[in-house]
Design a protein. Structure first.
Length: 378
């Protein structure tokens, strides 16, 4: 939200003074007050943009991860395509949500079936008793206050912030002025396969910033089984927090640039989703504690599938404004997994309904595997 020295949110109008001889400019400011300036005193008007204004937090705990599309799809000639990922956030209540210092990270190890050295002899995650979760490589953050309207979503492109359908028909078109993207070449993330210049429709104010601490030139968001965290840094800004060596931790105790992580206090976490690789069910291990996510949702990658949050049927049907607007008979579940509510959330929203999603801190109850990313339409 930007301000100018003279904010002309309402049209400046020229009004005749009582003398009917001197003109004045009447300026209505954003707070409703007005200023009157004699035109004889004005040489010129200069508009100067100031730093974005920080808004107070509102309904932070109502912002959830609605959907994760990370598995990629197949190209038209059958090759694997993985440079089109996104995470969709959602305001799960009927009031506006505002969040400052909002961050996204993935817990180490990046794949659920990897050799996880963060368990003790009793089979407990070593960091659980210490009250934090380790995010690998670094973090992405919104540089300004994020405002989300009631029952509305925010699309965060992870990589490939372009119209991918121009070359891969089963992919996603991110050329949309409402979307956000993880794009910050100054952070060192310059891999052009992951980070082509974003579509011109996406404003630069919607570019997330990154604090990247590891090796490489791309944030290696898992293509089959990420453990994703949405969290809010407290007491300072995300960049300053990430630069503090006291917050550094190494995966499995191996001190190297490849294993560097940041310790996110569990109390900062707003939401977390544990994704398991469908083809590795015997090898998958939890990375998120039960306090954050007591279950998991499986994903088969490279088929265009996503993991999608289930509808809270009782709460959604209880909203008076949804009368006659809910669409039933949901059919986009994958591999025997579906939304038990039977409500087609995307079709219902297009019909004007407001959707309330489940939020049990248990992905086994809250999510299902979906045949395609919701951004592709029904």
């Amino acid at each position: 939200m930007k301000r100018t020295i003279l904010t002309l949110l309402a049209a400046a109008v020229m009004t005749l003074s009582a003398s009917a001889q001197n003109w004045k400019m009447v300026i209505t400011k954003s707070d409703g007050t007005t200023m009157e300036l004699p035109t004889a005193d004005i040489d010129n008007i200069t508009y100067v943009e100031t730093a974005p204004e920080t808004l107070p937090d509102q309904n932070v705990d109502q912002v959830i991860i609605k959907e994760i599309y990370n598995g990629g799809c197949l190209t038209d000639d059958g090759a694997k395509y993985q440079f089109d990922k996104c995470i969709i956030l959602y305001n799960n209540c009927g009031e506006q949500a505002v969040i400052n210092n909002l961050c996204i990270g993935q817990v180490s190890p990046s794949n659920s079936y990897a050799n996880n050295k963060n368990y003790d002899e009793q089979g407990n995650l070593t960091y659980e008793s210490e009250g934090f979760h380790p995010i690998w490589q670094g973090l992405w953050y919104f540089p300004n206050s994020l405002v989300i309207a009631p029952y509305s979503q925010v699309v965060v492109n992870v990589c490939g912030a372009i119209d991918n359908t121009q070359t891969v028909s089963q992919s996603v078109n991110y050329a949309n002025s409402d979307y956000y993207t993880m794009y910050d070449p100054e952070s060192g993330l310059t891999n052009s396969s992951y980070y082509p210049t974003p579509a011109s429709e996406i404003p630069t104010s919607h570019y997330l910033k990154c604090k990247f601490l590891a090796l490489g030139n791309a944030w290696a968001y898992s293509v089959n089984s990420p453990a994703t965290l949405l969290f809010q840094v407290q007491g300072t800004d995300p960049s300053t927090w990430a630069e503090n060596a006291d917050n550094t931790w190494y995966d499995g105790g191996t001190v190297s640039a490849a294993m560097i992580c940041l310790k996110v206090p569990t109390e900062w976490i707003l939401d977390g989703v544990e994704v398991y690789a469908a083809g590795k069910m015997d090898d998958n291990k939890k990375r998120l504690t039960a306090e954050v996510d007591g279950g998991y949702v499986k994903l088969t990658n490279y088929l265009g599938h996503a993991v999608y949050r289930n509808v809270d049927k009782e709460a959604t049907e209880a909203l008076a404004e949804n009368a006659g607007k809910l669409v039933y008979g949901y059919t986009l579940g994958a591999d025997g997994d579906t939304d038990p509510s039977g409500i087609d959330a995307e079709a219902s929203m297009k019909n004007g309904a407001h959707i309330v999603y489940l939020d049990n801190n248990n992905s086994s109850l809250d999510f299902h595997e979906r045949q395609k990313c919701s951004l592709r339409g029904e």
